[in-house]
Design a protein around this ligand. Structure first.
Ligand SMILES: [Zn+2]
Length: 175
């Protein structure tokens, strides 16, 4: 039984397995090289690893972009993307429903966020888009996620749940 706190170590194991599958699914969907995510690794963070400014009240996760130094001389930075999992929100949603579990929820969230990252990196989608544009992008990514996960066990319920949220959404940053 989960309490709506932070992910435990075993939760994180489930999340990393879900991430591995989400990586394979997005690679296939976007026809990317098989080693795409090895060549372009992304960070996965939970609440306790990020600043309070990255806490989101209503989202399950959000994408962040940051610069990581790769050499000192000459000073070179690499632009990287990361996924901040809002673990208390995810665990609370799990508590409220017996119909889904962390595995399918994690798979849904990570597939969605990886689709965002692919579109930012390869499709010229603006990370800092105005709210209206970001809202449109959110719907596109949701549709892509639905397509990617079509037929994947137990994710339909979550996709529909999120669809309701999206329908009532006031525009906000990609989440
Ligand atoms: Zn999103």
């Amino acid at each position: 039984m989960h309490t709506a706190g932070l992910f435990t170590r075993s939760d994180l194991t489930i999340i990393s397995r879900a991430a591995a599958l989400a990586e394979r699914l997005t690679t296939g969907y976007f026809c990317l090289p098989q080693d795409e995510w090895r060549r372009n690794p992304y960070g996965v963070f939970t609440r306790k690893e990020v600043d309070v400014s990255l806490y989101e009240k209503d989202a399950f996760a959000n994408v962040v972009r940051y610069r990581k130094p790769i050499s000192r001389r000459p000073a070179t930075c690499e632009e990287k993307y990361g996924i901040v999992l809002q673990d208390p929100n995810i665990l609370l949603a799990l508590l409220r429903s017996s119909k889904h579990d962390l595995w399918s929820m994690g798979l849904f969230i990570l597939t969605h966020e990886l689709a965002h990252i692919v579109r930012f990196r390869k499709f010229g989608v603006d990370f800092f888009a105005a709210p209206e544009e970001a809202g449109t992008e959110e719907r596109i990514v949701h549709d892509i996620t639905r397509e990617i996960l079509a037929g994947v066990t137990n994710t339909d319920y979550i996709i529909n749940l999120y669809q309701h949220q999206l329908d009532g959404m006031t525009v906000k940053k990609p989440s």
